[in-house]
Structures are given as C-alpha cells and as structure tokens.
Design a protein around this ligand. Structure first.
Ligand SMILES: O=C1O[C@H](COP(=O)(O)O)[C@@H](O)[C@H](O)[C@H]1O
Length: 229
C-alpha cells in the first residue's frame, strides 16, 4: 500500500517531510522514552537531514541508523554514516546517537551479523525514511545482487545483511526488507520525473527481485511517498 504526497517544489517537500518526521519522533519519545530513526544515504537526503537537524527534540534519546552503507570507514567520501554525521549532527541534532556501520576489525560479513544483533534492541524502527535509485533499489537491496534473496526473506530473521553486487567495488551492509517494512512510520523521499517514472514501473512489475522497492510496500502501514519534481 502506498500513499503519495505531491509537493509543489523541493524546498516545500523537504520542510514538509522534516516536520512530519519530527512530529513522529516526538510521539515515539513521548510513548516509549527513546526512538529509533533510519535515514537514507545517497545524494537526495542531505537537504532533508539539514532541515531535520533544526528540529527541537531530545536527540540524545534518538538512535539513528543509515538504511545501508558501503563497508568503508566514515572518513571515506562514499560513507553514508559520514555524510549523516556531517549533515544531521548539527544544530539541535548535534547530540543524536548515530550508530556506526564500519569496523576495522571485522570482515563485512561478520560486521553485518554483529550489527544485526545489536540493532535488535532498537526495533521496530519508529521512523524510517528511505530513498530509491532509478533501478528501483532502496537501501542496498540491489536488483541482481548476490544475497538479495537473503535480505528480502522474512524467514531469515536477520536485521542486517552483507550485499555484494558485480558493479559494486566494496561490499555493502543493508538493513533487510523485513526490518525496514516493520517500521511504525515509513517514508520514501524521491525527486524528479525519472524517479517518479521508476516508481510507476515498480508498481507494474510483479517481481520484488527486479524492483526491490516493492519489498517495503508489502506492509499494513502505508509507504508514504514524498514526491517533488
Ligand atoms: O544507494 C543508495 O541510493 C539511494 C538513492 O540515492 P540518490 O543518490 O539517488 O538519492 C539511497 O536512498 C540509498 O540510501 C543509498 O543506499
């Protein structure tokens, strides 16, 4: 089930989504004392993260994870955790509890298992914001990737999986489809006509392996799609 919110322009989209996420985090904090936030990597998210950083919340009680990352140190330009540290951890959100995906001591496979176990205590996610690539991937649920099936399956009961794809130089760690789609509030941030068309294509394709974004549409709670051209 999806619910599409169309915005007149990108600035209004960013402000609208940040307000909504802040409101949902506030409710989660009021209900449970702590909250879990998942944010996207990629190039679309920095504007949103900067806007979110201006919201007055008890950020030290918000555990924040990226939905996926390349297995590289935070100092590497490809690191999503590094990008989130720069863009979100400022203003009111400077004290946000951002969790690392990288380890210099573990292999990517071992780190996926370790992170998957430690994330368990923070589930279900209170607010999950995802992005989507033109190839209809979300997080690092990449079409055609080795281990994609493991990351899609409910029976695996794994929260994080290491994904390797032929066109990716480094392995990626991704939250699995079941851990993402169980989020209490689920959002997709997309901009531009090409991504809108990719979403339209995904809706017509039956195979989740070809269009992994579909894996987070199979939920009772709607996937709220925030779109601006
Ligand atoms: O690989 C990724 O890309 C998507 C979309 O990226 P964008 O650059 O087109 O915004 C992103 O949402 C996802 O988190 C990331 O892992």
């Amino acid at each position: 089930m999806i619910d599409i919110v169309n915005y007149e322009e990108r600035q209004i989209q960013i402000i609208g989504l940040a307000n909504r996420v802040a409101d949902e985090l506030l409710r989660a904090l009021a209900a449970r004392g702590r909250a879990t936030l998942v944010v996207p990597g990629g190039t679309t998210s920095p504007d949103f993260l900067r806007e979110l950083s201006t919201k007055r919340l008890v950020w030290e009680k918000i555990d924040t994870f990226v939905c996926a990352d390349q297995f590289v140190p935070e100092s590497d330009a490809r690191s999503n955790v590094g990008m989130v540290r720069r863009e979100l951890l400022q203003n009111h959100a400077a004290k946000c509890n951002l969790h690392s995906f990288w380890s210099a001591y573990n292999s990517a496979q071992d780190q996926a298992l370790k992170l998957g176990r430690s994330i368990e205590q923070h589930l279900p996610i209170d607010v999950c914001v995802l992005g989507m690539g033109l190839d209809m991937h979300t997080a690092s649920l990449l079409p055609g990737a080795k281990d994609l099936q493991t990351a899609l399956r409910d029976e695996e009961r794994r929260n994080v999986v290491c994904i390797e794809a032929a066109n990716c130089a480094t392995p990626r760690l991704t939250l699995t489809a079941p851990s993402l789609r169980r989020a209490r509030n689920l959002h997709l941030l997309i901009t531009g006509r090409a991504k809108r068309m990719a979403l339209g294509r995904a809706l017509k394709i039956n195979s989740v392996k070809q269009a992994p974004i579909k894996a987070v549409m199979q939920v009772d709670n709607p996937l709220n799609v925030h779109f601006a051209a």
